[in-house]
Ligand binder design. Structure first.
Ligand code: PMP
Length: 353
């Protein structure tokens, strides 16, 4: 006897990147930041009063929302915080899409959780292929009769970005459809559409502390949008988990978001290494679309993604590989420190010779 529902039985869950502990790896497979969080984070943790853990956290993370609002140049009412941006994205599906409605539209090669959330919440989906050069086909997406869009910008796993101006033209052209912009990697690009949330009622921007803030272990993400969109997310939160962001996370993220100078420097280091790695990989014969994120999508004729992944793993370097059409010719490599990237390049050189 098993108690699984038909839904649980039928759904294909998201597959997260490997979090192996069997040996020490150079871990370049889940787009974590190679640099530590701001020193203010360690200070906030040290100052945290354990007795405060007796109490539930602030259900709406008010102090954190105020700190994020200051950084984003909006009001606290324009911010919603959740347990990782995955949770914020998840809640947006039942908040803004109906099972018997026109559904959500997204690219074929994009963050694969969108498809899982659509299935989980019973929302119809339309999938639009990327163009041959891995750029988004916004014209084809506009032509799809749908209730809204999920667009990762920069996109994952390709790293390709859409400039704010082009995104604004798209958003303005579909005023009756919600455009959810997943900006998990936007700090490595610098073309955030959060200003558009003040101008267009149909834009919801979702961000995370996991990547540019070096806080993947904390699980906190947020949305920026007009009051009515944020109220919709709050409503869904209170149907699922009233306290999604724990007290420690609220304290740590409030400290982190105030240290713009530290993070600007760390992000700059990642971006300059990204450019160095892209040049080196292309020099080795890899095809690498121009990345605006903290990772590179790299494929090479005559060597499968699987072979590169497997041989790098044996050498102690973890990268991401998917055994799926198109993706199987590539690996996704998170930008590491200069020393980590040097090891990666040496090992690739060995594999190719
Ligand atoms: N969006 C994209 C495009 C991602 O790659 C990730 C990381 N897997 C997320 C959202 C979720 O990040 P988190 O839940 O850690 O905020």
């Amino acid at each position: 006897m098993d108690f699984l529902s038909n839904k649980a039985r039928a759904i294909a869950p998201y597959t997260a990147g490997e979090q192996l502990r069997d040996r020490q790896y150079i871990k370049l497979n889940t787009n974590e930041n190679p640099y530590p969080p701001s020193p203010r984070v360690a200070r906030a943790l040290a100052a945290f009063d354990a007795d405060a853990l007796r109490l539930y956290p602030r259900p709406e993370a008010d102090e954190l929302r105020a700190a994020i609002a200051r950084k984003e140049g909006v009001a606290p009412e324009n911010i919603f915080c959740g347990n990782g941006s995955d949770e914020v994205l998840a809640l947006s599906f039942p908040a803004f899409f109906d099972g018997d409605g026109a559904g959500a539209c997204f690219a074929d090669l994009t963050y694969s959780f969108y498809e899982v959330f659509a299935a989980f919440f019973g929302i119809p989906k339309t999938i639009v292929p990327l163009k041959g050069d891995f750029t988004l086909d916004l014209d084809a997406m506009r032509a799809v009769p749908c209730a809204g869009y999920y667009i990762a910008n920069p996109n994952a796993p390709t790293g390709v970005g859409v400039a704010r101006e082009e995104m604004e033209r798209f958003v303005a052209s579909v005023p009756d459809r919600l455009v959810v912009l997943d900006e998990a990697y936007m700090d490595f690009f610098g073309e955030s559409c959060t200003p558009l949330t003040q101008k267009y009622a149909n834009v919801l921007v979702v961000k995370t502390f996991s990547k540019s803030y070096s806080l993947a272990g904390i699980r906190c993400g947020y949305a920026v949008g007009n009051r009515s969109l944020i109220a919709g997310l709050m409503r869904m939160k209170d149907c699922f988990n009233s306290y999604p962001v724990d007290s420690v996370a609220q304290a740590v993220c409030t400290a982190a978001v105030a240290d713009g100078a530290y993070y600007a420097e760390a992000t700059g280091k990642v971006v300059s290494e990204r450019e160095r790695l892209a040049v080196a990989l292309r020099g080795m014969g890899f095809t690498v679309p121009e990345s605006r994120s903290n990772f590179l999508f790299a494929g090479r004729a005559k060597v499968s993604g699987k072979e590169i992944y497997t041989r790098l793993k044996a050498a102690g370097v973890l990268v991401r590989f998917w055994d799926k059409p198109v993706l199987c010719d590539f690996v996704r490599i998170t930008v590491g420190t200069p020393a980590q990237n040097d090891v990666l390049l040496q090992q690739l050189q060995k594999i190719l010779s």
